[in-house]
Write a protein of this length. Structure first.
Lengths: 112, 115
């Protein structure tokens, strides 16, 4: 089992739709969680940090469920500009070391 | 706008060449990272520097040699690379390293082609 797994996608949605991505992680010691977006041939850009029970930023809402070990990203009222790959990132730290684990990414296509 | 800059944007080099990638961050971060990213794959961690000292080397071949001259600068020296090393090389920084709470900020990357 991969340490961080994401919905494989791609997701093809019309403008204005609501779309949700899930990400599961295997290490219960994981401490912090992030969503990044990456446009084609560009660098990953931080979209949201998810530290506790979740947070919201405009059309974007991230949720964390520690009991089930997953995080989600909800995008409301999708825009064409939301088309990108969304990367789930998990930071794990303990006395044995520190790791940043990237999910494989979920591709989103928003169409007019 | 990113506060992590990388040069060059593109690099084509032969297998016998020596070249260097440069990264600079202006956020006062104490940790810097090198990642390698192949097409349609997530970034793979190569090296982590914390307070200018190498903290993590993810078993990267010695043809990649990192250097951290100061807390704002990070270099990656390349020598005798193979065609399979062609990829996007990303630099990132975070407030602290080896501490799980901090997000990383990425530079725009250097697209490397080895011929």
């Amino acid at each position: 089992r991969k340490e961080v797994e994401q919905d494989p996608g791609p997701f093809n949605v019309p403008e204005g739709a609501t779309v949700a991505f899930n990400c599961t992680y295997s290490n219960s010691a994981s401490q912090s969680f992030f969503w990044y977006r990456q446009d084609c041939r560009k660098e990953p850009k931080l979209l949201m940090s998810v530290y506790s029970s979740g947070n919201e930023d405009g059309r974007f809402t991230a949720q964390l469920n520690r009991a089930s070990q997953y995080i989600s990203l909800l995008i409301r009222d999708s825009k064409l500009s939301d088309s990108a790959t969304y990367l789930c990132v998990v930071n794990m730290g303990n006395t044995g070391g520190f790791k940043t684990i990237f999910g494989a990414g979920t591709r989103l296509f928003v169409k007019a | 706008d990113t506060e992590v800059t990388q040069t060059p944007k593109h690099l084509v080099m032969g297998m016998t060449n020596k070249k260097s990638l440069k990264c600079e961050q202006h956020m006062g971060h104490r940790a810097m990272y090198w990642y390698k990213q192949k097409a349609k794959k997530p970034p793979e961690l190569m090296f982590v520097y914390s307070y200018e000292k190498l903290s993590i080397n993810e078993s990267v071949p010695s043809r990649f040699s990192p250097e951290c001259p100061n807390s704002s600068l990070l270099n990656l020296h390349l020598h005798a690379l193979q065609p399979e090393d062609s990829a996007l090389y990303l630099c990132a920084s975070s407030q602290e390293a080896l501490a799980e709470l901090y997000e990383q900020y990425f530079g725009p990357g250097t697209r490397l082609t080895v011929t």
